[in-house]
Design a protein around this ligand. Sequence first.
Ligand code: AHR
Length: 306
Amino acid sequence: CGGGDNSDAGGGSEDGITMGFAQVGAESGWRTANTKDVQDAAKAAGIDLKFTDAQQKQENQIKAIRSYIQQQVDVIAFSPVVESGWDTVLKEAKDAGIPVILTDRSVDSADTSLYATFLGSDFVQEGKSAGEWLVEDSAATDGPVNIVELQGTTGAAPALDRKEGFEAAIAADPDLKIVSSQTGDFTRSGGKQVMEAFLKNTPDIDVVYAHNDDMGLGAIEAIEAAGMVPGKDIKIITVDAVKDGMTALSEGKINFIAECNPLLGAQLMDLAEKVVNGEDVPARVVTEETTFTSEQAKEALPTRKY
Ligand code: AHR
């Protein structure tokens, strides 16, 4: 096998498992926590991790996966930027005999034999939890509730699913309406920019539903700059529950957060070992998650790891 670095060239290496991990990017606090956890867990498990950051571009991820195939790693794990367009490269991995684990986000490939398992959250449920909170919170209010939605990356599983779950939940109350919806690409600057435009073009905004904390935090900046009080004049619901989001929630600037857990590293390494050793693994592993109100955030913050 070819040398180069001190890791074996995969394919049943004597020195242990080599994993190629194609990360989405560094778009959010959630992603940073996820990357650190995967890197720490690989170290702890003695897995040689080859890591790439795709800067939120599918073409970069495909390039990274092809390079892992060429390097004959033992297993490939990745978090797909978007849901569709993966069949060709996944077939290439399959033909090379390299198992693939989907982590955090899924793909929409009809052929599920193209990957060994999918580890990650139930994004539809996160959207539902967010919507159910709003239905309950608005129960005492009469008249229309105007919601603006800050969507995640267009075509990404968490953007599609969180929209779907939220819409299904708010259908319970015809007063709740999404009046504007646009992508902020899961970034703080994207959330701020889109919120500034919403504030200019959309009258009477009552609620912001942001698909992640970072976009919600960007929206807070825009709302404050417009002379309004986030959490009071405009209520804010987000997904993730990273430290910055939880801090804003504890201060009353965000009103509710549906958790999305980024700490997938240990489970991912465990699944990788099993897959490489030819053991059976479940087709789907769902992450355990909760939700937070302001009071719950105050309690959780002192011991929050990320
Ligand atoms: O796929 C998980 C999502 O991606 C997180 O909610 C978001 O913060 C990240 O960018």
